[in-house]
Design a binder for this molecule. Structure first.
Ligand code: AMP
Ligand code: ZN
Length: 475
């Protein structure tokens, strides 16, 4: 079965087939963070979704080029940097670094390209010039440059591809801000914002005067620069459908005359008590808040990947405890499998329970093919774990069976990305010796601690004391 995805462009499920004729290479763009603060776990739901899409495509043998921009210029950044008395570049650099650290904590694969808006301004200017040249953009009395929706439509462009719009409900309602007063029409949106005194040092020279790019043009310029005028996939949270993505389509297709993106994927929001998790509502947790409460990146990742991406999902602490319990069930099974896999062959029943995972992988892949039905994918994992546990209790799984089950898990985990803590590979008796050594050290009984260390050594393990506590390593 092929991969089916819900394309916001057609509002329907479509079979995924890349633009490239050979059909293996995929260009994928995900709107990145605006780096004025730490990302909250609502934001992370969307970035983890992008990671799920990429990993699923790779699982299916596609070669993905993954681009994620960093929005490091906008009103909030300018205001917050000024308020903190930090130069804007230093201010955004701090949150950009934190963002990529968090991305790593959540085990998201690093995007192949991560262009910064402030480093791509000449390309944005070139794109705006093209739109002016085509008569679709105009410079207004306030010195800013706007995109004219009316002219775009007159030139054959269709505005309202991702959403159904009525003529006067467009930008006027969606985002009223200080850019709006000089426009020909309330629906027009800014491509270039003329320099204002509040911008401080944040401005660039351009043929239309000093100023800075609008947010929408950033994504059009950066995505097309790396992926070309037409590419396969564009991903973001559902709040970006309008106006951000609608405007990206209009600008890009208005400038190139070519179809911009084949599949648009939008993730539903993470909610808190029924309301969108957001900075403005103040109902948010950052990843760091949760790590500070003792949760791990893989637990948060599992929580964010619990529900189907098109369903809103309520964030709760109970949900996080549930994620912890779910992962513990998997870890325990994997630990037992590793022990069996490491033992001498025999025990009978090799592959008798389907633990090699052929059927399992088909079921798992089938769930993902169904518009990334991750909850069905997890259900098949937990069924498999239950079967394996039964098989191991009945001593029906030998070392070859355990090894092939572990290989199947590796394949599944290449998509789920929840890994396994490294000490899960450490046999149970070594873990308990380690704990005993810790207890002895706590009681300042160093002789006993040393004896236990020797005992560990005799069993082929050494202890490394790290800032995160002692770790067992195979000699
Ligand atoms: P921002 O840094 O505000 O530009 O947002 C980064 C990404 O997070 C965008 O794709 C948003 O659509 C997404 N996002 C914001 N809030 C939520 C939420 N509560 N749940 C899921 N995604 C969100
Ligand atoms: Zn974008």
């Amino acid at each position: 079965m092929g991969l089916k995805l819900f394309n916001t462009l057609s509002r329907s499920l479509e079979e995924f087939s890349p633009l490239e004729s050979a059909g293996r290479r995929v260009g994928m763009y995900c709107c990145g963070p605006t780096v004025y603060d730490f990302a909250h776990v609502g934001n992370w739901r969307t970035f983890v979704l992008a990671d799920l899409v990429r990993r699923t495509l790779e699982f299916k043998g596609f070669e993905v080029t993954h681009v994620m921009n960093v929005t490091d210029v906008d009103d909030k950044i300018i205001q917050r940097a000024a308020a903190s008395g930090t130069p804007p570049r230093e201010f955004t650099g701090r949150f950009e670094q934190a963002f990529f650290e968090d991305l790593n904590t959540l085990n998201c694969l690093p995007p192949h390209h991560r262009p910064r808006a402030t480093e791509d301004v000449p390309r944005m200017i070139a794109l705006i010039e093209k739109l002016i040249g085509r008569g679709i953009a105009y410079k207004a009395a306030d010195g800013s440059v706007y995109f004219s929706i009316q002219k775009y439509q007159a030139a054959g462009g269709r505005y309202g591809r991702l959403v159904t719009l009525n003529a006067d409900g467009m930008h006027g309602e969606a985002r009223i801000n200080s850019d709006d007063y000089a426009k020909d029409s309330a629906a027009d949106f800014a491509l270039w914002k003329a320099r204002s005194p509040e911008d401080g040092s944040v401005f660039w020279p351009s043929p239309f005067g000093e100023g800075r790019p609008g947010w929408h043009i950033e994504c059009s310029a950066m995505s097309m620069n790396i992926l070309g005028p037409s590419f396969d996939l564009h991903i973001g949270g559902e709040d970006l459908i309008f106006p951000h993505h609608e405007d990206e389509i209009a600008q890009s297709e208005g400038a190139t005359g070519k179809p911009f993106v084949k599949y648009w994927l939008h993730g539903a929001h993470l909610l808190v008590e029924g309301r969108k998790m957001s900075k403005s509502l103040g109902n948010f947790f950052t990843l760091r808040d949760l790590i500070g409460k003792g949760f791990t990146g893989r637990e948060v990742r599992r929580l964010l990947l619990t529900a189907h991406y098109r369903e809103t999902f309520n964030f709760t602490m109970d949900g996080l405890h549930g994620a912890r319990a779910a992962l513990a069930r998997i870890d325990e099974c994997l630990e037992k499998l590793r022990e069996i896999a490491g033992s001498a062959p025999g025990g009978g029943g090799e592959n008798s329970g389907g633990e090699g995972g052929g059927d399992m992988l088909r079921q798992f892949g089938g769930a993902l093919d169904d518009d990334l039905n991750v909850s069905a994918a997890w259900a098949s994992v937990f069924e498999w774990v239950a079967d394996l546990n039964r098989g191991m209790t009945e001593k029906a799984i030998g070392s070859a069976g355990a090894k092939s089950a572990l290989t199947a898990w590796q394949k599944m985990d290449s998509v789920l990305g929840v890994g396994a803590p490294s000490d899960a590979k450490v046999p149970a008796e070594i873990v308990s010796l380690m704990a005993a050594r810790q207890a002895a050290r706590k009681e300042r009984n160093f002789r006993q601690a040393d004896e236990i260390r020797s005992e560990l050594k005799a069993r082929g393990w050494t202890v490394e004391d790290t800032p995160k506590g002692p770790k067992a390593k195979k000699i």
